[in-house]
Design a protein around this ligand. Structure first.
Ligand code: G
Ligand code: G
Ligand code: MN
Ligand code: NA
Length: 263
């Protein structure tokens, strides 16, 4: 178990880095945005995956500090590389107005100042809040549903887009989907990965996309690993796709090269 003193030190020492995974429109492959994914560059143990440290950060009560630091890093990268892009890919970016997706935790929705903190980070990096998508996992248990709903609503009022991540994987506190102010639904990777081989998965994917559209939400499929899956997703009307078939999560530097070499 990771002690909270170690985690706090890691946050303060900026040992967390971000990988960015491009998202593209299913229809024409144009760039739509990026999801920021945290990695821990531990000085001794090397690269540690989020599945290991995110739950530990949650248990240690450090999610507010962690998210603020991650958001700051992501917004800085987005401002300097995407909104004020090098010449090499300025055209690609200018045409598409890409968004920046940041993962948040249910633990972020327990601090009343969270919307204000996020809005101030956007302001100081000169990033319009409407460009920022906050992803909340469907299965995350909301400790205080009333406060969480109030904070989600305030984030929405501040201009943030809200996304419900890994949809289909759980059946919990987010049954009230229709009552929460989301703007995007992300189909869980498990259904996308098995879509070609399982009629059940195909029905689930199609239903989620339709549910999203009926509620006015854009749908994003993650974990797209081949062209046939991409075609199926386009066929059912999915809006955005993300996955190894398009691009792996990359360091900011690698992503710059990826953008420069895009057709
Ligand atoms: O990065 P990987 O590709 O292994 O992501 C695994 C999961 O870890 C993601 O689906 C996401 O839910 C979670 N995750 C990654 N980065 C962050 C982050 O910055 N904050 C939170 N709360 N979760 C994250
Ligand atoms: O936030 P979320 O849990 O949805 O994060 C997405 C996770 O899925 C990250 O861990 C990311 O590295 C991973 N991922 C992204 N694209 C693919 C893919 O095409 N296939 C698989 N297996 N994993 C992917
Ligand atoms: Mn996500
Ligand atoms: Na997630």
């Amino acid at each position: 178990e990771l002690p909270s003193s170690i985690l706090l030190q890691a946050i303060e020492n900026c040992e967390f880095s971000l990988a960015y995974q491009p998202q593209v429109f299913c229809r024409d492959g144009q760039l739509a945005g990026f999801e920021a994914l945290a990695r821990w560059r531990h000085p001794v143990d090397g690269l540690i995956a989020p599945d290991r440290f995110i739950p530990a950060i949650e248990r240690a009560g450090l999610m507010p500090e962690f998210t603020a630091r991650i958001a700051e890093q992501a917004l800085f990268w987005f401002r300097t590389n995407i909104l004020s892009p090098p010449r090499a890919f300025a055209d690609i970016v200018a045409q598409n107005v890409p968004s920046l997706s940041i993962n948040i935790s249910a633990r972020n929705l327990t601090r009343p100042d969270f919307p204000e903190v996020m809005a101030q980070l956007c302001e100081s990096h000169e990033v319009d809040t409407s460009r920022v998508v906050l992803e909340l996992t469907e299965t995350s248990a909301l400790d205080d549903p009333v406060l969480s709903l109030e904070l989600l609503t305030r984030l929405r009022v501040q201009g943030f887009q809200l996304s419900i991540d890994d949809f289909g994987a759980g059946y919990s506190s987010m049954q009230q989907l229709a009552r929460l102010p989301f703007s995007e639904i992300k189909v869980d990777r498990a259904f996308v990965a098995t879509a070609l081989h399982s009629a059940t998965s195909r029905s689930v994917v199609k239903s989620i996309v339709e549910l999203g559209h009926s509620l006015g939400l854009r749908s994003t499929a993650e974990g797209v690993e081949d062209e046939a899956t991409l075609q199926f997703l386009d066929f059912v009307g999915c809006d955005l796709v993300q996955g190894y078939f398009i691009a792996h999560p990359m360091s900011g530097e690698k992503l710059t090269n990826w953008l420069s070499s895009a057709p």
